[in-house]
Design a protein around this ligand. Structure first.
Ligand SMILES: Cc1ncc(COP(=O)(O)O)c(C=O)c1O
Length: 380
């Protein structure tokens, strides 16, 4: 895509020639409240008039406020702020290794899923279970093994007394929108207790209201030890966080981890606006309802175009539908109709619209998609 965007408005992007596009990607799950949200603009202006950056030598009210909000609305007792998702995962990886090695020097093995995505720093890409991201950068961080997705037998084979953590996305985003099963989670939780390892949820894409719950673990019957978030958290300003459970809050001692910009006051002030919006029960209810409508309507198109549409997956406003070889063609035709789509894992169209998308906008997408599928069917 080589569009030059000059402005965003609500759920739309506007290019330099004045063309409007309905954005079903939202900066890859970042612009959860859409473009030009008034409360975000107001927060930026207010913070700009105080200070933009301080360093952690000082107490900064917006940073403390966001940390308290995250603690109040999750399992966590402490929060570490980063600038990005992959940095939040780096922090979690370091914490897990320290947790394990304090019990026993060999307890440093980390498990993640095949087909997962955890970022592009060395720790992040080593956790990522896709060789295409790793092969040209070898050697990767040692001591990380990949378990086949949702495969309980493979999990049992990999877990051992040296395991210190299992890192996982509960809905794989980059991997094609696949959900972890409750069955798998039940066994993972049992093994984590038995072998004393941490369960670390990477909620960078699926968290912050995307699934209709504040965090994606809420629907599954367990509580993570660590959780990483980013993307939507900063509402467009770079911000990530690692949420830490009570029993782990003193693993990192002062100076053992840190970041100059992580927890920047401007980013945190905007983050608090995003979080205060998303925690509203009505907001979460609306995401769930819109997600249900979206998915049901796409399923209807699947019945109408069975040769093209193979499967619809996902939760809330994180939806993927498999269109086999047609993914790139659908994306290109959509762009001509003013619809911005994203594909992942080659065959999957992944929808990550702003959580504030309206029903009229969803219908605009559905009508466009129907026309595109009809056109493809007629030509083939
Ligand atoms: C699940 C998941 N983890 C980690 C990352 C990396 O986040 P960032 O690009 O902010 O470093 C991403 C980004 O797409 C992601 O989807």
């Amino acid at each position: 895509m080589s569009l030059e965007i000059v402005k965003g408005e609500g759920s739309y992007l506007i290019d330099k020639d004045g063309n409007r596009y309905l954005d079903l990607v939202s900066g890859l799950s970042v612009n959860a409240l859409g473009y030009q949200n008034e409360a975000i603009k107001d927060a930026i202006e207010k913070q700009m008039n105080q200070y933009l950056h301080l360093s952690n030598y000082f107490i900064s009210e917006p940073v403390v406020k966001l940390a308290k909000l995250l603690v109040h609305h999750s399992f966590a007792s402490k929060v570490f702020f980063s600038n990005s998702g992959t940095e939040a995962n780096e922090a979690a990886l370091k914490l897990a290794r320290k947790y394990g090695s304090e019990k026993h020097p060999d307890k440093i093995e980390v498990l993640t899923f095949t087909n997962s995505f955890h970022g592009r720093t060395y720790g992040g890409l080593s956790l990522t279970g896709q060789s295409k991201y790793q092969s040209i950068f070898k050697p990767i961080v040692p001591g990380i093994e990949h378990v086949r997705f949702n495969d309980i037998e493979d999990l049992i084979e990999h877990v051992n007394p040296n395991t210190c953590a299992f890192f996982l996305e509960l809905i794989q985003g980059e991997g094609g929108v696949h959900e972890v099963s409750q069955e798998f989670m039940d066994i993972l939780v049992r093994l984590a207790k038995e072998y004393d390892f941490l369960i670390i949820v990477d909620d960078i894409q699926a968290g912050m209201g995307r699934t209709g719950d504040l965090f994606s673990y809420e629907k599954l019957n367990f509580t993570p030890d660590l959780l990483t978030i980013a993307k939507s958290l900063g509402g467009g300003i770079p911000l990530g966080a690692m949420l830490v459970s009570k029993r782990l809050e003193n693993i990192f001692l002062a100076g053992q981890h840190g970041s100059t910009f992580g927890g920047n006051p401007l980013a945190c002030r905007v983050g608090a606006v995003v979080l205060e919006t998303i925690i509203q029960p009505e907001f979460q209810k609306s995401v769930k309802a819109k997600g249900f409508y979206f998915k049901k309507s796409i399923e209807e198109l699947m019945v109408k175009y069975p040769h093209i549409m193979k499967e619809v997956r996902g939760r809330g406003l994180m939806i993927g539908f498999d269109v086999g070889e047609y993914a790139n063609r659908i994306k290109a035709l959509a762009l001509r109709k003013g619809l911005i789509l994203n594909s992942t894992n080659q065959t999957v169209i992944r929808l990550l619209p702003p959580l504030t998308i309206s029903y009229e906008e969803i219908d605009e997408f559905l009508i466009g998609l129907d026309q595109i599928l009809e056109e493809i069917e007629e030509r083939d």
